[in-house]
Ligand binder design. Structure first.
Ligand code: NAP
Length: 278
């Protein structure tokens, strides 16, 4: 079994991005990423801190907007409008989830699609579906980067995705399909899920259910990618029962240290790509 090292792959990617950007920053250019966070959700704060630290590593200038829980939709949209017009800002992201009184879709739709480095907009999602150059959603593209780094063959292989969210499961399926895998997407209404997952050469799990995938659901020699991040008794764990599954796998990602660091690295990549697309 080979443990996939997301931290290492992410660090290498960020170092490459830094080298690409360096001469332009030295020449006085700014590659800016704006991050909007609303409220005090501790997990969101950790994610935003990681993103800001990664920006620093790469040479991207981060602009963070920390807004109170009771901020109005209009106030957020006014900030987005200004950022859309700011020539130094190449990426804008709104940290999700937003408090209940705010309309997430409406707010996200105000971001200029060309600055949508999270890749959540209909514009970027549509381009992904059509196989056009786009800012792909960061978590599934991070998974693809890991599979590529470890030279995992995909063409003609059975790939199973658990989860069909717009930000992870669905774009994941599209990306695997593009690499000629035969893709099955499963969800909460899927019957006999273990029967399906146990035929997977590559199994990507993105459901948010701690240690749901047990050893008897995994084929011998499978590649298992665990996207899940769950907190159980104050500790992080994935959607895969790692301790019991790992010995059946050819490759497996740990949680933490697998997909998580790649998500942030791909956000950096999308932002640098936006800068060079100018
Ligand atoms: P989500 O929007 O809640 O979607 C969860 C998906 O899992 C849904 O499609 C749901 O099916 C499916 N599901 C739930 N219970 C199931 C069951 N018993 N059997 C089969 N499918 C089931 O979550 P998400 O945003 O995709 O995130 C999934 C997990 O990944 C979470 O733990 C999240 O924290 C983590 N995550 C990690 C990263 C990272 O950087 N590592 C990034 C994003 C998300 P239905 O559609 O039928 O409801």
């Amino acid at each position: 079994m080979i443990l996939i090292d997301g931290k290492k792959v992410a660090a290498e990617l960020k170092s490459d991005l830094k080298k690409e950007l360096e001469p332009f920053i030295a020449a006085g250019k700014t590659c800016g990423l704006a991050v909007i966070i609303v409220g005090e959700d501790p997990a969101s704060k950790v994610y935003v801190r990681n993103k800001i630290n990664s920006c620093r590593e790469v040479g991207i200038k981060s602009f963070s907007y920390e807004l109170p829980e009771d901020v109005s939709e209009k106030e957020i949209i006014d900030i987005i409008d200004k950022l859309n017009d700011d020539k130094d800002i190449y990426g804008i992201l709104v940290q999700l989830p937003l408090p209940k009184h705010l309309d997430e879709r409406k707010i996200l739709s105000k971001i200029d699609p060309k600055k949508d480095v999270d890749g959540f907009s209909p514009y970027q999602t549509g381009k992904l579906l059509l196989g056009e150059k786009c800012f792909p959603s960061c978590t599934p593209s991070g998974v693809m980067q890991l599979l590529k780094y470890y030279s995992v063959p995909l063409s003609g292989k059975n790939a199973v995705v658990i989860g069909r969210s717009n930000t992870v499961g669905k774009p994941m399926a599209i990306m695997l399909l593009k690499e000629n895998a035969t893709v099955t997407v499963t969800h909460s209404k899927t019957q006999n899920i273990g029967e399906i997952t146990s035929k997977a050469d590559v199994l990507v799990v993105a459901m948010g259910k701690p240690r749901f995938v047990k050893a008897d659901m995994v084929k011998d020699g499978a590649v298992v990618i665990d996207v899940g991040i769950n907190r159980v008794d104050g500790k992080l764990c994935g959607d895969v029962d790692f301790e019991n599954v790992k010995d059946k796998c050819s490759y497996i990602t740990p949680v933490p240290g697998g997909v998580g660091p790649m998500t942030v690295a791909m956000l950096m990549k999308n932002t640098v790509d936006a800068f060079f697309m100018e």
